[in-house]
Design a protein around this ligand. Structure first.
Ligand code: XUL
Ligand code: CO
Length: 441
């Protein structure tokens, strides 16, 4: 059965093409910075937005038909899987990501839900082999069902904790069965609405307990992939515990989870936390915790997680600059945690959206490579800290400086006499020159 009959396989046609269903910048086999674009970008399809979400919002019902020709829930799950692989094939996407409940509908009991998952997992395994696709990461949806209204691992009710653990155990098993390279914890409702009813210390201790149990179990059944925490500051709860990259790093270190976990950085979550996307990536990279990316963008004028397809080339360029500086992806990749706008309600819009996002990241990769080969920005940063490579600065860095020695140095100096310009505006124009001019590398 073909679900997207009007769409042929999307080809790279170069930036001059006016054809909507074509890549302008994403040329999968072209080498950029030592690897093919396809290897550098490791694009993944998000099952939840792409195959499941129907465009409903707080004020209205769905606008796009995602029934896949049937109302029977299990048949629908199967058709959804066939459609997913057709879509990935046509877009040339090698990876996908899912929550347990995206691939198979929840049953009346946990046992029934698990049996349904087993059935669909077997189908996905066949389709993956047939279509040569891989699982970037799996996760459990421990936020949608009403049992999780107070959280899952941080719920005040131990029965809820136990149920979440059972659900995560199964999600890990199917991730392993499908050869998944990662497993994500996004703290769905792991946060609070008011401290008037919340024991924050116990809730966070419990979350760490759940993560330790999950890691130990996953390793015991042969999972060699990376675990990720995906930071987000708010939504759905007022305050999410995994606020941002720095908060998550402190949590991981406090509970001894930092060896197993890396970060999955999402652009729109970064901006909700009051940071740039690049800031969050830089925090992850400089702390050896860069793992994977949920690619999307928010709206400057809206304070919520709009999950738009990424098209802002400044953002994708600075993102890929951080990725290249981190040495590229290892087990992670670029998962489009993005959805078409409610008004973009045709299957063709899904393809056009992915093309826009993939082209924006292809451009970002090309630009990041240019920024690095141009070298002016990196050289400026290196020069700016030159004072730490000789004299008193060298002593500070190598640990031989003392408070007395620094005082003697400062007293002899009298006052600081040299402080060179940070040249922000110049550098912003250098960046524009590299991005849009002809003078760059
Ligand atoms: C929610 C979000 C999730 C995670 C996976 O904001 O980003 O879809 O990526 O649970
Ligand atoms: Co996400």
């Amino acid at each position: 059965m073909e679900f997207f009959k009007e769409i042929k396989r999307i080809q790279y046609e170069g930036s001059a093409t006016q054809k909507p269903l074509a890549f302008r910048f994403y040329n999968p086999d072209e080498m950029i910075a030592g690897k093919t674009m396809r290897e550098q970008l490791r694009f993944a399809m998000s099952y939840w937005h792409t195959m499941c979400a129907e465009g409903s919002d707080m004020f209205g019902v769905g606008t796009i038909d995602k029934r896949y020709g049937t109302s029977d829930p299990m048949q629908q799950a199967k058709n959804k899987a066939y459609a997913a692989f057709e879509l990935m094939d046509k877009l040339g996407i090698d990876y996908f990501c899912f929550h347990d409940r995206d691939i198979a509908p929840e049953g009346e009991t946990l046992a029934e839900s698990n049996a349904r998952l087993d059935e669909i997992t077997a189908l996905l395994k066949e389709l993956m082999a047939e279509h040569n696709k891989k699982l970037l990461w799996g996760t459990a949806n421990c936020f949608g069902n009403k049992r999780y209204m107070h959280g899952a691992g941080t719920a005040p009710n131990a029965d809820v904790f136990a149920f979440a653990a059972a659900q995560i155990k199964k999600a890990i098993e199917i991730t392993v069965a499908l050869g998944g390279e990662g497993y994500v914890f996004w703290g769905g409702r792991e946060g609070y609405e008011t401290l008037l009813n919340t024991d924050m210390a116990l809730e966070q201790d419990n979350m760490a307990r759940l993560m330790h149990l999950a890691v130990d179990y996953a390793r015991s059944i042969g999972f060699t992939g990376d675990f990720y925490i995906e930071p987000k500051p708010k939504e759905p709860t007022k305050h999410q515990y995994d606020f941002d990259a720095s908060t998550v790093l402190a949590f991981l270190r406090k509970y001894g989870l930092d060896k197993d976990f890396k970060l999955n950085i999402e652009a729109n979550h970064a901006t909700l936390a009051g940071h740039t996307f690049q800031h969050e990536l830089c925090v992850a990279r400089t702390n050896g915790a860069f793992g994977s990316i949920d690619a999307n963008q928010g709206d400057m004028l809206l304070g919520w997680d709009t999950d738009q397809f990424p098209t802002n080339v400044y953002e994708t360029a600075m993102c890929m600059y951080e990725v290249l500086r981190a040495g590229g992806f290892t087990k992670g990749g670029l998962n489009f945690d993005a959805k078409t706008r409610r008004g973009s309600n045709t299957p063709e819009d899904i393809f056009l959206s992915y093309i826009a996002g993939m082209d924006a990241f292809a451009l970002g990769l090309r630009m990041a490579d240019r920024i690095i080969r141009d070298g002016r920005i990196d050289a400026f940063i290196t020069d700016r800290y030159a004072s730490y490579r000789t004299g008193i600065g060298k002593k500070i860095v190598d640990g031989s400086a003392t408070m007395e020695g620094l005082e003697a140095y400062a007293l002899a100096m009298g006052d600081v006499t040299t402080n060179t310009s940070g040249k922000q505006e110049y550098l912003e124009n250098v960046l524009n020159g590299i991005l849009f001019g002809m003078g760059g590398a």
